[in-house]
Design a protein around this ligand. Structure first.
Ligand code: ARG
Length: 585
């Protein structure tokens, strides 16, 4: 099935060609959902934008287009408004037909992409021996949702965890642990991530103030690079320790991705430097090997260098990213590579991408994008901190959301005089608590900062996960009350749209594919959130106005079918955000 907007665009182009000749092929119909329902459902501004090209007034163009526009199956006769906008209003019969045809379709009428891509999403990517912080949480949640959406569209997605598991910090940490806690380097479980983070901090202090320690640390790095067995083993243990902690978070969030950390690319770094040298881009400056960047200048206005090899022979974060880029294109066959990190790394990626392009490493059919996001702030508008001023541990943050939702839930259960098992309460609180955190993050335009507020994200009303989850559970309760299985209404459960709220809901339901297409291209999951929020609102308005179980038989079946499609749309949409549904809560 084709999306309504696609069908209209096609018909529009046909009419344009019929009216003004074949050279109009490929003209953008400029068709968008109408901003105000009083103008109908869709609106085209094409006639206005074509005045210059066609040398005619826009109304005349619009009239000529309408003369050939054959949309009788889809819309009421389109009308011209104002200077030459063309407005379309979908016919109830068309909407009914569309809804009836998606009743049995697990994809709810959303076609798979016909341009399948091999996509890599580089997300989450915390650093070993450091605590995973809120920024990594954002990357994890946003990256996972983007991955789910691309997978749903049919793309071949590789989810990569580019963990920071290599570099000079390991020399420092290992050297320090040899002194203060050698057992951490030889036995697993000797310390937990919290200790490791503390040791890391101490090691850094020591490193900054003690020259002979710096030398010891450097030697450890050399040993690690050279593959010395005990250093390797120590490194491996430290990675394991951190990994265990990360796994707990990933399990809680139901996130799955493949770890391929910085260390993986270590053997490939010398070639990056060599190939840059061969391509003539490499310049030596103060003993360091670098590429001078275009469009990035220092205070004096001179081009900034991207250092790929330091004067001591060591490599940088950027060198690893260059190697990773080459590997992903050359070995993984990636056609779209998406990096999800905070916007603080925008320059880093712009520089790496520029150098890779100038070196000729990015074929034309490969798209590389940085997907940046803003900061998570505390309610005071500053960087999120605990009350005592420390960075918030992610586990604590997630646990707190669960505990607080549990509080609301217990109250509600008491008010409603319900008896619920411990298992039920703990399951609902966990799902709703975690979903609230995910949704609060996803529902914001990722480019902006957002304020982390438990009260807001857990609220049962508003653009929140609990609101959507309640809407879904409400529909399931209709099915329970009426003893009806939505999936078994049968093929002759025909939808008839009579009331205004039914029409509004129907139109919204049929926009799912368009919204998903948009997120696929602009990588803004907040659009999907908004769609689902509006869907819940429209469902609630419908449910408020239209009796379902008490309606007469044919109407009852039609409305039940509408409820069933709404529930499935919510479930599908939420699943693309990494949020499961609850039948009861
Ligand atoms: N480990 C990095 C950090 O914590 C993020 C890595 C992002 N991915 C990449 N390919 N550089 O900031």
């Amino acid at each position: 099935m084709n999306l309504t907007i696609e069908q209209l665009k096609y018909k529009f182009e046909q009419a344009l060609m019929a009216a003004f000749g074949l050279e109009m092929a490929g003209t953008d119909p400029m068709l968008v959902p109408a901003s105000n329902p009083k103008f109908g459902d869709y609106q085209s501004n094409a006639a206005l934008s074509l005045t210059k090209k066609l040398g005619k007034p826009p109304r005349e163009i619009a009239e000529a287009i309408l003369g050939y526009l054959d949309v009788i199956e889809i819309c009421n006769p389109p009308s011209i408004a104002g200077p030459g906008f063309i407005n379309f209003t979908l016919k109830p019969a068309y909407l009914e037909g569309q809804l009836n045809s998606i009743q049995q379709d697990p994809r709810l009428g959303v076609p798979k992409t016909n341009q399948l891509q091999r996509a890599i999403i580089d997300f989450s990517s915390p650093n070993i021996a450091k605590e995973m912080h809120v920024g990594h949480l954002r990357s994890t949640i946003i990256g996972d949702s983007i991955a789910r959406i691309l997978e749903f569209q049919g793309h071949d997605v590789l989810r990569l965890n580019h963990v920071g598991d290599w570099g000079t910090q390991f020399g420092m940490l290992i050297a320090y642990l040899r002194e203060v806690c050698p057992e951490a380097l030889t036995t697993s479980d000797a310390i937990d991530l919290g200790d490791l983070v503390a040791f890391y901090r101490e090691a850094k202090q020591r490193f900054d103030g003690d020259e002979s320690f710096q030398e010891t640390a450097r030697q450890e790095v050399v040993k690690l690079q050279a593959g010395a067995e005990d250093t390797r083993k120590a490194w491996h243990l430290l990675c394991q320790q951190s990994r265990r902690e990360f796994e707990i978070i990933y399990d809680l969030l139901d996130i799955h991705l493949r770890e391929r950390g910085e260390s993986f690319y270590n053997p490939l770094l010398p070639d990056v430097v060599k190939d840059l040298e061969d391509s003539g881009l490499l310049v030596e400056s103060d003993g360091a090997k670098c590429v001078f960047l275009q469009g990035f200048t220092n205070k004096e206005g001179n081009p900034l260098p991207l250092i790929v090899q330091k004067s001591d022979g060591g490599y940088n974060y950027a060198t690893t990213d260059l190697a990773a880029l080459r590997y992903r294109i050359g070995q993984d066959g990636a056609q779209r590579i998406i990096y999800v990190t905070d916007s603080g790394q925008a320059n880093h990626f712009a520089q790496v991408f520029q150098v890779a392009k100038r070196a000729g490493w990015i074929p034309n059919n490969v798209e590389i994008v940085h997907v940046p996001f803003g900061l998570v702030q505390g309610e005071d508008g500053k960087k999120l901190k605990t009350r005592s001023g420390e960075t918030v541990r992610l586990r604590d943050l997630l646990d707190e959301a669960i505990i607080r939702f549990r509080g609301y839930l217990e109250e509600k259960i008491k008010e409603e005089n319900r008896e619920e098992t411990e298992e039920f309460k703990s399951h609902v609180a966990t799902v709703a608590g975690i979903s609230a955190v995910k949704y609060a993050d996803l529902s914001q335009n990722r480019n902006s900062n957002y304020i982390f507020s438990y009260d807001k994200m857990l609220a049962p009303i508003g653009n929140t996960a609990p609101y959507l989850l309640y809407a879904y559970a409400r529909i399931q309760s209709i099915s329970r009350q009426g003893n009806i299985n939505f999936d078994e209404l049968g093929t002759d459960a025909k939808i008839r749209l009579q009331e205004q709220t039914e029409l509004v809901l129907a139109k919204h339901l049929l926009q799912l594919g368009d919204v998903i297409n948009n997120v696929e291209s602009d990588l803004l999951p907040n659009r999907l959130c908004l769609y689902l929020y509006e869907l819940s609102e429209k469902f609630n308005q419908f449910y408020h106005q239209c009796p379902v179980l008490k309606a007469k038989e044919a109407v009852r079946i039609s409305r039940l079918a509408l409820c069933g499609i709404t529930a499935r749309t919510l479930k599908l949409g939420l699943s693309l955000l990494g949020i499961p549904v609850l039948d009861r809560m």
